[in-house]
Design a binder for this molecule. Sequence first.
Ligand code: FES
Length: 280
Amino acid sequence: MADKVADLSGDDRAKRIAELKAKMQAAAQKAKAAAEHAPEQPAAQTKPQPAPTAEAVQEAPRQEVVAEALAVKEGAPAGGSPTNGSSGNGAAAKAEVLSAEKIAAPAPAFVEESPEEKARKEMNRREFLTYAWGGLLGLVTLQSAVGLFFFMMPRFKEGEFGGIFRMGPESALPATDAPPQPETTGKFWLVNTADQGPLALYMVCTHLGCLYKWEQANNRFECPCHGSKFTREGYYIEGPAPRSLDRFEVTIEEGEVLVNTGRRILGAPAAESPARVIPA
Ligand code: FES
């Protein structure tokens, strides 16, 4: 070998490295060709020489390149100044070594996967996707079930506005001509009537939301805000209210009167009220 990398610089150094790389490639091709032709050698030879493997052929130039690069590295002083003045500073020498080792390192052999291995990996992927979709579906189902459960649950407790009010046995209701009884917590007037049974009239006026009052002297409800008037049964009589009084649903279960303040029944339009006073 005429020149070493350590003694060269500039274009000569690059040229020398290129030569070494070409040499390595040629050696690799030669080893490959030798390995391919090795089984064709006649078996009658007295002592057949084993064909050099690709690794062995590649290893020789690799060792040569690394040895030259290491020589450059060892030739550089600790302070970074070259001893022979031709190979740059110490950092450049280290880079040269690393580069040379990288070039000379044999490429990892490609190992093709067997069909069984490919099938196993494919199965693992499918299993993962199956489990992922199953988990997602289960999560969505659980979320829907929880939402439905809370939707079905009564939102108001018994005895608070929006919930059920137990008004006692039907036999204990006030007389059909007795004054309405206020239930302020439930916001309704409890009225017992002869033809419709017990009624629960919402305490809020259907005009603009004032709280109307029971006027015993006039035997009717009267709103203090704008003067709307309603019968004992909640029918519109006169005033600016657009309809009769609203009611809550009343049921009798096992002889007990229940008022559901969560179900409001709107009053009929004022024009349909049988108690409406038609101005002359
Ligand atoms: Fe009752 Fe206007 S709010 S009449």
